[in-house]
Ligand binder design. Structure first.
Ligand code: IPE
Ligand code: IPE
Ligand code: MG
Length: 237
């Protein structure tokens, strides 16, 4: 059965519900984030086994800086530590790690780990994992617009030659459009996730909190995707 499944080319996961999961278990929010990251790692390995090519993970939005300082620091330290400790496994699994988001406001410590990960994994040919950290979809569109305007001013691009390809290649990462967006925890919103790339994505909103979003539940979400009829504006088949 698993062999016959058709994988989307690019999946986006909005990792949500770590805090509520922890609360339900009588644990701290930090423990929820730890459990969430552990689950995330296992899910990445499983997704690659299923043949996924591109996986974008929304793990920290620009807006998440509004959270209390202790939680923000805990998350940033967790990301830095995990990028460091999981580095060898990423290499062994041949995964390529890239990042989307603004560098400003991120500490030197996390930027260093992100840069090492990007540089060392850049020639890997397995699944591409795009971590969205300090990411906001509106800001990505703003930053893309500024980059293109600057190149027009510098005479590198002519206004008439700007097309959709120009837009993709000036976003944080030049990735294929999202085919499927999964947001755990039951919230029915994008919260500023990859607004441009989401233009024709299918959506899935499992009610499960992320740390409890098992490989089986992920597989069920893929089965659901296989039952969708993607028309892209054409006639129903
Ligand atoms: C998702 O879990 C992780 C991040 C946004 C960093 P939350 O921390 O949003 O968990 P809830 O939504 O409060 O349960
Ligand atoms: C969305 O989750 C952002 C990430 C998953 C990184 P939030 O928990 O921050 O979103 P809202 O506040 O419920 O919209
Ligand atoms: Mg949340």
């Amino acid at each position: 059965m698993e062999k016959e499944i058709r994988m989307p080319n690019h999946i986006g996961i909005i990792v949500d519900g770590n805090g509520r999961w922890a609360e339900e278990q009588g644990l701290s929010r930090s423990q929820g984030h730890l459990a969430g990251f552990k689950r995330l790692k296992e899910l990445c390995i499983y997704a690659q086994e299923l043949g996924l090519k591109y996986l974008s993970l929304y793990v920290f939005s620009t807006e998440n800086f509004k959270r209390n300082k202790i939680e923000v620091k805990f998350l940033m330290d967790l990301f830095s530590e995990k990028f460091h400790s999981e580095f060898q496994e990423v290499m062994d699994l041949n995964m390529k790690i890239i990042f989307s988001g603004r560098r400003e406001s991120l500490s030197k410590k996390i930027l260093k780990e992100m840069d090492i990960m990007t540089e060392k994994s850049k020639n890997n040919t397995g699944m591409v994992i795009n971590f969205c950290i300090n990411y906001g979809g509106q800001l990505e569109i703003l930053d893309m617009t500024k980059k293109i305007c600057q190149e027009v001013v510098d005479g590198k691009i002519k206004i008439d030659s700007i097309d959709l390809e120009t837009i993709s290649s000036h976003l944080y990462q030049d990735l294929p459009m999202l085919d499927y967006i999964i947001r755990t925890s039951g919230e029915l919103r994008l919260s500023n996730f990859m607004l441009y790339q989401a233009s024709y994505a299918e959506f899935c909103f499992p009610k499960t909190y992320f740390p409890a979003f098992t490989n089986e539940k992920f597989y069920q979400a893929i089965v659901e995707y296989n039952n969708r009829n993607r028309r892209f504006g054409g006639n129903a088949s």
